[in-house]
Design a protein around this ligand. Structure first.
Ligand code: SF4
Length: 255
């Protein structure tokens, strides 16, 4: 017989609560939450040299690159984006490892640098005596649809060819070719278009570098860009006046 003093919750309600917990992902031992904490911590602990412009940002928003070098930190990425970055790193490392095990890897994460620019080229791979610079790009399979339509990523091409210019001007004068290697994250297709350092692209590289260096030298804020980047950008505060306040506080570090 039930004790009238017993105030415990009825089993029916307990069952409902259990179900609710399952649906809202609130069970103890939540691996996904712990994973999120870990990748956020890993991301915070990553050491980035922001004292120079990054070659991996070539062709992208001038303002974002200027603010980055000035020390502005973008809004934190959410866990999903951090997982995407982590998988990109895993795939990069896997490709480099495979090339190493095949005995065709000449170099990986090759550092290139001058007074204003810094970068790490993904890999130089030599097959049949032919030495090729590779820049790996992890993308989703939709990108392959665009590539099949003949579209190209000009900023990726600029990045690749800037590495080529730096490497050919240094210890890798014998580099014969440069390729992007696209890796589709969802179906693991590969695509490796080859790009040449045409006069037009040389000019684009020079213009990009000269524009950034001029803004830095004169400490002038580049205009807002109007392209696709603003949709994903985490760098730009809401108003120009907020940026100007930030610039005043963070005067050029080498001035
Ligand atoms: S929001 Fe747009 S203009 Fe501002 S830094 Fe980002 S990409 Fe550039």
């Amino acid at each position: 017989m039930k004790n009238p003093e017993d105030k415990r919750v009825e089993p029916k309600i307990k069952t409902k609560t259990k179900l609710l917990n399952l649906e809202t992902n609130e069970l103890n031992g939540n691996f996904v939450e712990l994973l999120g904490e870990k990748i956020r911590k890993d991301n915070t602990n990553q050491v980035r040299d922001n004292t120079k412009f990054h070659i991996s940002d070539m062709g992208r928003c001038y303002r974002m690159r200027f603010l980055k070098r000035l020390g502005m930190v973008g809004e934190p990425y959410n866990d999903r984006v951090l997982r995407v970055f982590a998988v990109g790193t895993i795939l990069h490392e896997w490709l480099q490892e495979q090339a190493e095990q095949m005995g065709v890897l000449v170099g990986k994460e090759i550092r290139v640098e001058n007074a204003n620019w810094i970068g790490h080229a993904d890999a130089i791979i030599q097959t049949d005596g032919y030495k090729v610079l590779y820049d790996f790009k992890t993308v989703n399979s939709r990108k392959f649809t665009y590539l099949a339509r003949g579209e190209s990523d000009e900023h990726y091409i600029l990045q690749l060819l800037t590495y080529l210019v730096f490497l050919q001007g240094g210890e890798h004068k014998d580099l014969q070719d440069a390729r992007l290697l696209y890796i589709s994250k969802d179906d693991l297709r590969l695509h490796q278009p080859r790009y040449h350092l045409t006069d037009e692209r040389k000019d684009a590289i020079m213009l990009d570098m000269a524009t950034m260096e001029k803004h830095w030298e004169e400490q002038t804020l580049p205009l807002r860009c109007e392209g696709w980047e603003s949709k994903y950008c985490t760098y730009c505060p809401k108003t120009d006046s907020e940026v100007v306040v930030f610039m005043k506080i963070n005067q050029r570090k080498d001035a």
